[in-house]
Design a protein around this ligand. Structure first.
Ligand SMILES: [Zn+2]
Length: 369
Protein backbone atom coordinates (compact mmCIF):
# COMPACT_ATOMS: atom_id res chain seq x y z
CA UNK A 1 0.00 0.00 0.00
CA UNK A 2 2.82 2.38 0.84
CA UNK A 3 5.15 1.21 -1.87
CA UNK A 4 4.08 3.95 -4.28
CA UNK A 5 5.02 6.75 -1.94
CA UNK A 6 7.74 9.35 -2.04
CA UNK A 7 9.32 10.92 0.98
CA UNK A 8 9.07 14.70 0.96
CA UNK A 9 10.76 15.44 4.26
CA UNK A 10 11.02 14.70 7.95
CA UNK A 11 9.25 16.21 10.93
CA UNK A 12 10.85 15.50 14.32
CA UNK A 13 12.65 12.60 12.76
CA UNK A 14 9.49 11.04 11.32
CA UNK A 15 9.59 10.63 7.52
CA UNK A 16 6.66 12.33 5.80
CA UNK A 17 5.62 10.49 2.66
CA UNK A 18 3.04 11.21 0.01
CA UNK A 19 1.32 8.55 -2.04
CA UNK A 20 0.94 9.07 -5.78
CA UNK A 21 -2.84 9.12 -5.34
CA UNK A 22 -2.27 12.38 -3.48
CA UNK A 23 -0.98 13.94 -6.68
CA UNK A 24 -4.30 13.12 -8.34
CA UNK A 25 -6.50 14.38 -5.55
CA UNK A 26 -4.58 17.64 -5.03
CA UNK A 27 -5.48 19.27 -8.38
CA UNK A 28 -8.98 17.83 -8.11
CA UNK A 29 -9.49 19.41 -4.69
CA UNK A 30 -8.01 22.70 -5.89
CA UNK A 31 -10.45 22.64 -8.79
CA UNK A 32 -13.42 21.69 -6.57
CA UNK A 33 -12.61 24.45 -4.07
CA UNK A 34 -12.06 26.99 -6.85
CA UNK A 35 -15.29 26.02 -8.59
CA UNK A 36 -17.32 26.36 -5.43
CA UNK A 37 -15.70 29.54 -4.21
CA UNK A 38 -19.02 31.37 -4.12
CA UNK A 39 -20.51 28.73 -1.86
CA UNK A 40 -17.46 28.77 0.41
CA UNK A 41 -17.52 32.57 0.63
CA UNK A 42 -21.22 32.52 1.56
CA UNK A 43 -20.57 29.86 4.17
CA UNK A 44 -18.00 31.92 6.01
CA UNK A 45 -19.80 35.19 5.27
CA UNK A 46 -17.16 36.93 3.21
CA UNK A 47 -18.41 38.93 0.22
CA UNK A 48 -17.25 37.34 -3.01
CA UNK A 49 -16.37 40.75 -4.49
CA UNK A 50 -13.77 41.40 -1.79
CA UNK A 51 -11.65 38.44 -2.95
CA UNK A 52 -8.64 39.42 -5.02
CA UNK A 53 -6.93 36.15 -5.91
CA UNK A 54 -7.87 33.74 -8.66
CA UNK A 55 -10.40 31.27 -7.17
CA UNK A 56 -8.40 28.28 -8.40
CA UNK A 57 -5.18 29.60 -6.91
CA UNK A 58 -7.05 30.03 -3.65
CA UNK A 59 -8.39 26.50 -4.10
CA UNK A 60 -4.86 25.23 -4.58
CA UNK A 61 -3.68 26.79 -1.32
CA UNK A 62 -6.79 25.47 0.40
CA UNK A 63 -6.04 21.92 -0.79
CA UNK A 64 -2.42 22.22 0.35
CA UNK A 65 -3.48 23.61 3.72
CA UNK A 66 -6.00 20.79 4.13
CA UNK A 67 -3.28 18.20 3.61
CA UNK A 68 -1.02 20.07 6.01
CA UNK A 69 -3.85 19.82 8.54
CA UNK A 70 -4.13 16.08 7.95
CA UNK A 71 -0.36 15.76 8.37
CA UNK A 72 -0.54 17.66 11.68
CA UNK A 73 -3.38 15.39 12.81
CA UNK A 74 -1.23 12.32 12.09
CA UNK A 75 1.74 13.99 13.72
CA UNK A 76 -0.28 14.39 16.92
CA UNK A 77 -1.00 10.62 16.90
CA UNK A 78 2.69 9.97 16.25
CA UNK A 79 4.08 12.20 18.98
CA UNK A 80 1.82 10.67 21.63
CA UNK A 81 2.56 7.17 20.32
CA UNK A 82 6.28 7.84 20.51
CA UNK A 83 5.83 9.01 24.07
CA UNK A 84 4.26 5.60 24.79
CA UNK A 85 7.27 3.81 23.35
CA UNK A 86 5.81 3.00 19.93
CA UNK A 87 8.13 3.42 16.99
CA UNK A 88 6.72 5.44 14.08
CA UNK A 89 7.98 4.40 10.66
CA UNK A 90 6.43 7.23 8.70
CA UNK A 91 3.42 9.43 8.14
CA UNK A 92 1.72 8.72 4.83
CA UNK A 93 -0.60 11.10 3.07
CA UNK A 94 -2.94 9.45 0.61
CA UNK A 95 -6.08 9.92 -1.42
CA UNK A 96 -8.29 9.86 1.64
CA UNK A 97 -6.38 11.43 4.47
CA UNK A 98 -3.32 10.16 6.25
CA UNK A 99 -1.94 7.23 8.19
CA UNK A 100 0.76 7.14 10.81
CA UNK A 101 2.60 3.85 10.31
CA UNK A 102 3.15 2.47 13.78
CA UNK A 103 5.35 -0.42 14.67
CA UNK A 104 2.74 -2.02 16.91
CA UNK A 105 -0.36 -1.25 18.91
CA UNK A 106 0.55 -0.61 22.56
CA UNK A 107 -0.32 -3.38 25.01
CA UNK A 108 -2.16 -1.10 27.41
CA UNK A 109 -5.59 -0.14 25.98
CA UNK A 110 -5.34 3.21 27.78
CA UNK A 111 -2.25 4.04 25.71
CA UNK A 112 -4.06 3.18 22.50
CA UNK A 113 -6.99 5.35 23.53
CA UNK A 114 -4.66 8.29 24.22
CA UNK A 115 -2.89 7.87 20.87
CA UNK A 116 -6.20 7.65 19.01
CA UNK A 117 -7.59 10.63 20.87
CA UNK A 118 -4.61 12.91 20.15
CA UNK A 119 -5.41 13.36 16.43
CA UNK A 120 -9.00 14.58 16.70
CA UNK A 121 -8.02 16.75 19.68
CA UNK A 122 -5.39 18.49 17.59
CA UNK A 123 -7.84 18.99 14.71
CA UNK A 124 -10.40 20.38 17.16
CA UNK A 125 -7.94 22.85 18.70
CA UNK A 126 -6.52 23.85 15.31
CA UNK A 127 -10.03 24.39 13.92
CA UNK A 128 -11.01 26.45 16.96
CA UNK A 129 -7.85 28.57 16.75
CA UNK A 130 -8.31 29.23 13.03
CA UNK A 131 -11.97 30.20 13.32
CA UNK A 132 -11.54 32.15 16.56
CA UNK A 133 -8.33 33.83 15.39
CA UNK A 134 -9.82 34.89 12.07
CA UNK A 135 -12.94 36.20 13.78
CA UNK A 136 -10.83 38.34 16.12
CA UNK A 137 -8.23 39.48 13.58
CA UNK A 138 -10.85 39.67 10.81
CA UNK A 139 -10.35 43.34 9.89
CA UNK A 140 -6.56 43.11 9.71
CA UNK A 141 -6.41 40.22 7.24
CA UNK A 142 -6.97 40.33 3.50
CA UNK A 143 -10.34 38.81 2.56
CA UNK A 144 -8.65 35.93 0.70
CA UNK A 145 -6.67 34.92 3.77
CA UNK A 146 -9.77 35.28 5.93
CA UNK A 147 -11.66 32.91 3.67
CA UNK A 148 -8.79 30.47 3.63
CA UNK A 149 -8.34 30.40 7.42
CA UNK A 150 -12.05 30.36 8.17
CA UNK A 151 -12.85 27.51 5.81
CA UNK A 152 -9.77 25.58 6.87
CA UNK A 153 -10.94 25.98 10.45
CA UNK A 154 -14.27 24.36 9.55
CA UNK A 155 -12.53 21.57 7.67
CA UNK A 156 -10.45 20.85 10.76
CA UNK A 157 -13.56 20.73 12.92
CA UNK A 158 -15.10 18.33 10.41
CA UNK A 159 -11.93 16.22 10.57
CA UNK A 160 -12.18 16.10 14.37
CA UNK A 161 -15.88 15.17 14.38
CA UNK A 162 -15.66 12.63 11.55
CA UNK A 163 -12.72 10.90 13.19
CA UNK A 164 -14.48 10.63 16.52
CA UNK A 165 -17.39 8.63 15.05
CA UNK A 166 -16.97 5.31 16.85
CA UNK A 167 -16.83 3.33 13.60
CA UNK A 168 -13.62 1.44 13.03
CA UNK A 169 -11.12 2.34 11.49
CA UNK A 170 -11.67 5.91 12.64
CA UNK A 171 -9.92 7.23 15.74
CA UNK A 172 -13.25 7.03 17.56
CA UNK A 173 -13.40 3.33 16.69
CA UNK A 174 -9.95 2.87 18.23
CA UNK A 175 -10.99 4.66 21.39
CA UNK A 176 -14.07 2.42 21.53
CA UNK A 177 -11.96 -0.71 21.08
CA UNK A 178 -9.58 0.41 23.79
CA UNK A 179 -12.49 0.96 26.18
CA UNK A 180 -13.97 -2.46 25.31
CA UNK A 181 -10.58 -4.13 25.66
CA UNK A 182 -10.52 -3.27 29.35
CA UNK A 183 -13.44 -5.64 29.88
CA UNK A 184 -12.71 -8.37 27.32
CA UNK A 185 -9.99 -9.80 25.08
CA UNK A 186 -8.41 -7.54 22.49
CA UNK A 187 -9.68 -9.81 19.72
CA UNK A 188 -13.28 -9.66 20.90
CA UNK A 189 -13.06 -5.89 21.40
CA UNK A 190 -11.75 -5.53 17.86
CA UNK A 191 -14.58 -7.70 16.54
CA UNK A 192 -17.24 -5.57 18.19
CA UNK A 193 -15.63 -2.29 17.15
CA UNK A 194 -15.18 -3.56 13.58
CA UNK A 195 -18.82 -4.72 13.42
CA UNK A 196 -20.03 -1.31 14.56
CA UNK A 197 -17.84 0.19 11.83
CA UNK A 198 -19.41 -2.12 9.23
CA UNK A 199 -22.97 -1.33 10.31
CA UNK A 200 -22.15 2.37 10.18
CA UNK A 201 -20.60 1.95 6.73
CA UNK A 202 -23.70 0.08 5.57
CA UNK A 203 -26.05 2.89 6.57
CA UNK A 204 -23.69 5.53 5.21
CA UNK A 205 -23.64 3.62 1.93
CA UNK A 206 -27.45 3.46 1.81
CA UNK A 207 -27.64 7.18 2.55
CA UNK A 208 -25.09 7.79 -0.19
CA UNK A 209 -27.16 5.78 -2.67
CA UNK A 210 -30.39 7.56 -1.75
CA UNK A 211 -28.82 10.99 -2.09
CA UNK A 212 -26.67 9.95 -5.09
CA UNK A 213 -23.57 11.13 -3.23
CA UNK A 214 -20.64 9.24 -4.68
CA UNK A 215 -18.11 10.49 -2.17
CA UNK A 216 -20.32 9.19 0.63
CA UNK A 217 -20.64 5.79 -1.08
CA UNK A 218 -16.88 5.68 -1.52
CA UNK A 219 -16.20 6.60 2.11
CA UNK A 220 -18.71 3.95 3.23
CA UNK A 221 -16.98 1.35 1.11
CA UNK A 222 -13.59 2.40 2.48
CA UNK A 223 -14.76 2.15 6.10
CA UNK A 224 -16.30 -1.28 5.46
CA UNK A 225 -13.12 -2.70 3.92
CA UNK A 226 -10.83 -1.16 6.53
CA UNK A 227 -12.98 -2.43 9.41
CA UNK A 228 -12.94 -5.98 8.00
CA UNK A 229 -9.20 -5.82 7.42
CA UNK A 230 -8.45 -4.65 10.93
CA UNK A 231 -10.38 -7.55 12.42
CA UNK A 232 -8.65 -10.01 10.10
CA UNK A 233 -5.24 -8.64 11.01
CA UNK A 234 -5.89 -8.93 14.73
CA UNK A 235 -7.39 -12.39 14.23
CA UNK A 236 -4.30 -13.59 12.37
CA UNK A 237 -2.01 -11.99 14.92
CA UNK A 238 -3.90 -13.68 17.72
CA UNK A 239 -3.89 -17.09 16.06
CA UNK A 240 -0.19 -16.95 15.30
CA UNK A 241 0.76 -15.37 18.62
CA UNK A 242 2.99 -18.12 19.99
CA UNK A 243 4.91 -18.97 16.83
CA UNK A 244 8.31 -17.61 16.05
CA UNK A 245 9.80 -17.58 12.56
CA UNK A 246 11.98 -20.61 13.27
CA UNK A 247 8.92 -22.67 14.27
CA UNK A 248 7.40 -22.48 10.82
CA UNK A 249 10.27 -21.83 8.41
CA UNK A 250 11.72 -24.33 5.99
CA UNK A 251 15.08 -25.36 7.43
CA UNK A 252 16.33 -27.25 4.44
CA UNK A 253 17.23 -24.30 2.22
CA UNK A 254 18.08 -24.93 -1.40
CA UNK A 255 20.20 -22.27 -2.98
CA UNK A 256 21.52 -21.56 -6.45
CA UNK A 257 24.87 -20.14 -7.43
CA UNK A 258 25.17 -16.84 -9.25
CA UNK A 259 26.89 -18.69 -12.10
CA UNK A 260 24.00 -21.11 -12.68
CA UNK A 261 22.45 -20.86 -16.15
CA UNK A 262 18.82 -19.80 -16.25
CA UNK A 263 17.95 -22.98 -18.17
CA UNK A 264 19.41 -25.06 -15.33
CA UNK A 265 17.54 -22.97 -12.80
CA UNK A 266 14.28 -23.62 -14.65
CA UNK A 267 14.91 -27.38 -14.65
CA UNK A 268 15.44 -27.25 -10.90
CA UNK A 269 12.31 -25.18 -10.40
CA UNK A 270 10.24 -27.83 -12.19
CA UNK A 271 11.83 -30.77 -10.38
CA UNK A 272 11.90 -29.26 -6.90
CA UNK A 273 8.68 -27.29 -7.34
CA UNK A 274 10.11 -24.08 -5.95
CA UNK A 275 9.40 -20.76 -7.57
CA UNK A 276 12.26 -18.89 -5.94
CA UNK A 277 15.74 -19.48 -4.55
CA UNK A 278 18.27 -17.56 -2.50
CA UNK A 279 21.35 -16.88 -4.62
CA UNK A 280 24.84 -17.45 -3.26
CA UNK A 281 28.30 -16.59 -4.38
CA UNK A 282 31.34 -18.03 -2.59
CA UNK A 283 29.08 -19.29 0.17
CA UNK A 284 27.56 -15.88 0.85
CA UNK A 285 23.96 -14.90 0.15
CA UNK A 286 23.90 -12.16 -2.47
CA UNK A 287 20.20 -11.95 -3.36
CA UNK A 288 17.37 -14.06 -4.66
CA UNK A 289 15.92 -15.19 -7.95
CA UNK A 290 12.29 -16.01 -8.72
CA UNK A 291 10.11 -17.17 -11.58
CA UNK A 292 9.22 -13.52 -12.10
CA UNK A 293 12.87 -12.68 -12.81
CA UNK A 294 13.11 -15.55 -15.29
CA UNK A 295 10.04 -14.33 -17.15
CA UNK A 296 11.70 -11.01 -17.80
CA UNK A 297 14.05 -12.47 -20.38
CA UNK A 298 13.42 -14.04 -23.74
CA UNK A 299 13.18 -17.88 -23.52
CA UNK A 300 15.76 -18.12 -26.32
CA UNK A 301 18.33 -16.58 -24.02
CA UNK A 302 17.80 -19.01 -21.13
CA UNK A 303 20.81 -21.12 -22.03
CA UNK A 304 23.16 -18.15 -22.36
CA UNK A 305 22.09 -16.10 -19.34
CA UNK A 306 23.41 -16.57 -15.81
CA UNK A 307 21.36 -16.12 -12.66
CA UNK A 308 23.58 -13.16 -11.69
CA UNK A 309 22.17 -11.14 -14.60
CA UNK A 310 18.51 -11.49 -13.67
CA UNK A 311 18.54 -11.88 -9.88
CA UNK A 312 17.35 -9.27 -7.44
CA UNK A 313 20.01 -8.01 -5.05
CA UNK A 314 17.93 -6.68 -2.22
CA UNK A 315 17.76 -9.23 0.52
CA UNK A 316 14.65 -8.99 2.65
CA UNK A 317 15.49 -10.90 5.78
CA UNK A 318 13.99 -11.74 9.11
CA UNK A 319 15.49 -13.04 12.34
CA UNK A 320 14.59 -16.64 13.27
CA UNK A 321 13.53 -15.53 16.77
CA UNK A 322 11.20 -12.84 15.49
CA UNK A 323 7.41 -13.22 15.89
CA UNK A 324 5.86 -14.89 12.87
CA UNK A 325 3.54 -11.93 12.50
CA UNK A 326 6.49 -9.67 11.70
CA UNK A 327 7.44 -12.03 8.88
CA UNK A 328 3.88 -12.00 7.56
CA UNK A 329 3.83 -8.23 7.64
CA UNK A 330 7.10 -7.98 5.74
CA UNK A 331 5.78 -10.43 3.15
CA UNK A 332 2.59 -8.50 2.56
CA UNK A 333 4.06 -5.01 2.84
CA UNK A 334 6.51 -5.60 0.03
CA UNK A 335 4.33 -8.21 -1.66
CA UNK A 336 7.06 -10.83 -1.57
CA UNK A 337 6.88 -14.56 -2.05
CA UNK A 338 9.55 -15.43 0.52
CA UNK A 339 11.82 -14.01 3.17
CA UNK A 340 15.30 -15.16 3.99
CA UNK A 341 15.70 -16.14 7.58
CA UNK A 342 19.14 -15.07 8.68
CA UNK A 343 20.96 -15.23 11.98
CA UNK A 344 23.66 -12.61 11.77
CA UNK A 345 24.78 -13.12 8.16
CA UNK A 346 24.08 -16.83 8.04
CA UNK A 347 21.14 -18.13 6.03
CA UNK A 348 19.29 -20.55 8.30
CA UNK A 349 15.95 -20.89 6.53
CA UNK A 350 13.29 -19.56 4.22
CA UNK A 351 9.79 -18.55 5.12
CA UNK A 352 6.86 -18.27 2.71
CA UNK A 353 3.15 -17.57 3.06
CA UNK A 354 2.52 -21.30 2.70
CA UNK A 355 4.73 -21.94 5.74
CA UNK A 356 2.73 -19.42 7.71
CA UNK A 357 -0.53 -21.11 6.64
CA UNK A 358 0.88 -24.28 8.19
CA UNK A 359 0.87 -22.43 11.48
CA UNK A 360 -2.81 -21.71 11.04
CA UNK A 361 -3.63 -25.33 10.38
CA UNK A 362 -1.54 -26.46 13.33
CA UNK A 363 -3.40 -24.11 15.61
CA UNK A 364 -6.75 -25.27 14.22
CA UNK A 365 -5.83 -28.88 14.88
CA UNK A 366 -4.71 -28.02 18.39
CA UNK A 367 -8.02 -26.32 19.08
CA UNK A 368 -10.03 -29.25 17.75
CA UNK A 369 -7.95 -31.88 19.48
ZN1 LIG B 1 -6.59 10.22 13.35
Amino acid sequence: MFKNSIQIGKIWGIPLKIHYSFLIILPFLAWAFGNNIQLLAEMVEIPLTSLGANPYLLGFFMALALFASVALHELAHSIVARGKGVKIHSINLMLFGGVAQMDHIPEDPRDEAMIAFAGPMLSLVLGGLLIGGTAILGGVLVADIQLLFMYLGWLNLFLAVFNMIPAFPTDGGRVLRALLARKMSFLKATKIAANIGKVFAFFLGILGLLTVNFIMIFVAFFIYIAASQEYQTIFIKNTLADFSVSDLMTHDVRVVDEDTLVSELLDRMFVERHSGYPVVSNGEVTGCVTMGDVRKIDPERHSQTRVREIMSRDIVKVDPDEDIFIALRKLSQDDLGRLMVMREDQLVGIITRTDIMKGFRLREMQEQG
